[in-house]
Structures are given as C-alpha cells and as structure tokens.
Design a protein around this ligand. Structure first.
Ligand code: UGA
Length: 428
C-alpha cells in the first residue's frame, strides 16, 4: 500500500487480517514511527485492534522504504491523496504521478499496479504511459480498484462490501485480484470486472449520486417544513420502493467530508474537459453550498431577541459521527458565523477540541455534554453521535426557554412538545 492515509491504512490493515503480508509505505517518517509504535494516526473504530494483532504476527510492515516494499510485493496499491487543486475544481494528481514515476525505476518483476485513490477517468491510461517500458515487457498491469469505504464504518465496509470493482483488460490481473478478494466476496457482495476507465467512472458516479440523493431529500425537507409534513415519513415512504432504496435519504445539514464535496467538483471538471455538461451534479454542489447558509439563517431566526446576550451550544462538530474528521463539516461555516454575533459559542465533540475554532475568542470547547449545555439558549445537535441520542435537556440546560435545533432529527417532536421544550428538527 503506497500511502498510509485513510484508504491505504484501512485497506492495508484489512488485507493483512485476511492473511496477506502487507507493506504500508509512507514518506512521512513520523507517521511510520507512530505506526511502528502501535499508534493509529486516524480515528477509525476497530482499526487499532486489528492493526496491533497483525503487526504482532508480522503480517503488517510499516516503512518509508519504497524500494524494499516493491521488491517484496506482487500487488501495489496506490493510495495517495487526490485533493482538489488550488484555484480549480480538478483533482490534483501530482502525488499519484510522483508514485508512478518512482515505480518506473523500481519494477523489475511482474506487478499489478492498482489505483485505489479516487482518480478521474483516464488516469490509469496516464500511469500506463509512465510505465510504458514495463508494460511492453509484460512486467506490469495497471488496474483501477476504487474503494467504497465510509469513514467510521470502514472496517465493516471492507469486510462486507456491496461490491468489489476491478477495472482491467488483463485476465491475469483479474484472476489474481479475484483470489485476493475471495475471502470477502464469498459472502453476499458482487465482484465486477469492468474496463479500467469504467471502474474509475463508477467511483465518481457513485459518490455524485449519493450526494444527489442527500441533496434531494434535503430540498424535499425544506418543502416539508413549509407544508407541515415530517420528512422522516417521506424517507421511509420513498425508500421502501426498492428502485429508490432507503439509505442515504436522511435529511440533515449540508453533506461534508473529504469525499462528496471534492468528488462532485472533480467529476464536473472532468465533464467540462470532455465537453459534457453535468448539470445535475452542478446543481447538487450549489444546493449543498446554499444549505449551509440556509441552516445558519434558520438557527439565527430561532434565537429571538438580542443575539449579543445569547449562548449557543453545538453538540458534535465533525462532519459525521465516529470520525474526528472536520473536513467540509457544516459547523465550519456555522460556528465562526455565530461567534461574531452571539455572546458565547460552546461545543462538545467526543473527539475533543478542534484547532479550526481555536482562534475565535468566544468559542469554547467543553470537556463534557453537561458543561456544554449548561445555561445555553440554543442547542444545535450537529452530529449524530450515539451519546447525544438520549439526553435529558431540562436537566442539562437548567434554564427556562431554551431551544433545541436538532439537525439530525434524533428526537421525537411529540415527546419534546409533551415535555414543553421548544424543539425544531429538519424537514418536520
Ligand atoms: C463516502 C461514501 O459513502 C463512501 O462509499 C466512499 O468510499 C467515500 O465517501 C470515499 O469516497 O472515500 P464518507 O465521506 O466517509 O463516505 O461518509 P458518508 O457516510 O458517505 O457521509 C458523507 C456525508 O453525507 C456526511 O456529511 C453525512 O452526514 C451526510 N449524509 C449521509 C446525510 O446527510 N444523509 C444521509 O442519509 C447520509
């Protein structure tokens, strides 16, 4: 695995657990030292345990030595980052091509080189051009095998994938990869072989579609609010149609994370490079950006009276639960906005304080839910961590007339009404 970031580390650890010897290579020496000391640099439930077990059994090797890793491996996964290029929407492929250029010098015997990083369609063709000498001597097959892991659920998603996609025209590479994945594809998942470009496209088309599904239900939620309908009922009613499916139909704040925002932009960029207008995805990006403003305005409206005297609490600030990832979280737009307007913004997140808010004077991290909620005027349930699902708000806030804005629809509006708590959800 080249790149011991999220994708490389989770996949590497899981492949080693299936009995393979895995080299995880990274040029960040500090990260490799950390891993060799049994410390996991990312927050992913269950990862540390499996990592330690396989490290002990010497099936997992963390190293900065690419040469050694390549000469000892049959299969090479490129798992480096593909962030958005500064000043544009396109994916920055410089790390991927850097790796390909290093491989050019190191591949001496047959290897399968696989892109697991999310890369735009035709990237495999470009890697093949870099490795053309090896390709002509049949020393390499370049394959696309996208990952579909969700942060916070990555181990489960790896072991029980809905599908494994292998993009290659090589019989040999396909056979070897099928045997690599055999222990997990034996269960209920499907093993697909497609063209390499097809596999690259499946990844982007999937992420863009999921982002579309979320934005769709979010806009329906806006209409539900105006018409006195509960969007949760709509999600169930729509989702029971198998053609639609119930997953990813939860209305909430704008979608965030390191994937959907980046990948929707990148596929639109690929569209324009190939003179194709992806108008639906363009409007999804716009809708999602608007949503951050829309929810901020709504929260502000809930706080009647002088804002300067009010205290706001955020429960959860990460883009989703079971991760410490703040990338594109809605809270990054909301907290700085409110810090300028209200007396105090307090927040609690199970993954601790966030450097993103440290420069804002009146934003305070609280080390527990009780401190965060005490005397607050407005409580915003931003991330659906399990510990936020059964709270007794009256006991926690200890003041009259506080408001709950439940951006994840965790609580029952009927129960809140019974308890005489001012409660607002999303799309209900
Ligand atoms: C996403 C995809 O789900 C994975 O299949 C993919 O492998 C990954 O990107 C990637 O490309 O690496 P991830 O970004 O970890 O995974 O998180 P998701 O669980 O997909 O959530 C993304 C955002 O959508 C979050 O902000 C979440 O709160 C939001 N969301 C999700 C909703 O608002 N409603 C839903 O019903 C589902």
């Amino acid at each position: 695995m080249i790149g011991a970031g999220y994708v490389g580390l989770v996949s590497g650890v899981c492949f080693s657990d299936l009995g393979n010897v895995v080299y995880c290579v990274d040029n960040d020496k500090r990260k490799i030292d950390q891993l060799n000391n049994g410390k996991v640099p990312i927050y992913e439930p269950g990862l540390e345990e499996i990592l330690k077990k396989n490290f002990k059994q010497k099936r997992l090797i963390f190293t900065t030595n690419l040469d050694k890793a390549i000469s000892n491996s049959d299969i090479v996964f490129i798992c480096v980052g593909t962030p958005t290029k500064k000043g544009s929407n396109s994916a920055d492929l410089k790390y991927v091509f850097e790796v390909a250029n290093q491989l050019k010098k190191l591949i001496k015997t047959y290897k399968i080189v696989i892109t697991k990083s999310t890369v735009p369609v035709t990237t495999g063709d470009k890697i093949e051009k870099i490795l053309i000498k090896q390709k002509k001597k049949n020393l390499v097959d370049i394959v696309s095998n996208p990952e579909f892991l969700r942060e916070g659920e990555a181990i489960r998603d790896f072991i029980y994938p809905d599908r494994v996609v292998i993009g290659t025209d090589s019989e040999k590479a396909n056979r070897i990869l099928k045997s690599l994945y055999l222990p997990i594809i034996k269960k209920t998942s499907r093993f697909f072989r497609t063209s390499r470009r097809g596999a690259e496209m499946i990844k982007y088309a999937s992420n863009a579609f999921l982002a579309t599904k979320i934005s769709y239900i979010n806009e329906i939620a806006n209409l539900c609010e105006k018409t006195g309908v509960d969007v949760k009922e709509i999600s169930v009613g729509m989702g029971s149609d198998q053609r639609i499916g119930e997953r990813f139909l939860r209305a909430g704040p704008a979608y965030g994370g390191s994937c959907f925002p980046k990948d929707t932009k990148a596929i639109v960029d690929t569209g324009s490079k190939f003179k194709t207008n992806l108008s639906i995805i363009k409007s999804v990006i716009k809708s999602n950006n608007n949503r951050k403003k829309l929810l901020t305005i709504k929260a502000e409206k809930l706080l009647k009276g002088t804002l300067k005297k009010k205290s706001i609490t955020f429960l959860g600030v990460t883009f989703k639960p079971n991760t410490d990832d703040m990338r594109e979280a809605c809270s990054l737009a909301m907290i700085p906005h409110f810090s300028k307007k209200v007396l105090k913004v307090k927040y609690f997140d199970p993954t601790g304080p966030k450097k993103e808010f440290s420069k804002h004077k009146n934003v305070e991290y609280c080390s527990n839910i009780e401190l965060a909620c005490l005397n607050s005027d407005l409580i915003i349930l931003h991330t659906e961590w399990n510990e936020f699902k059964l709270l007794n708000f009256k006991k926690l806030v200890r003041k009259k007339n506080f408001i709950i804005y439940d951006m994840r629809n965790l609580y029952s509006p009927i129960n809140m009404k019974k308890n005489k708590i001012k409660y607002f959800g999303v799309g209900r």
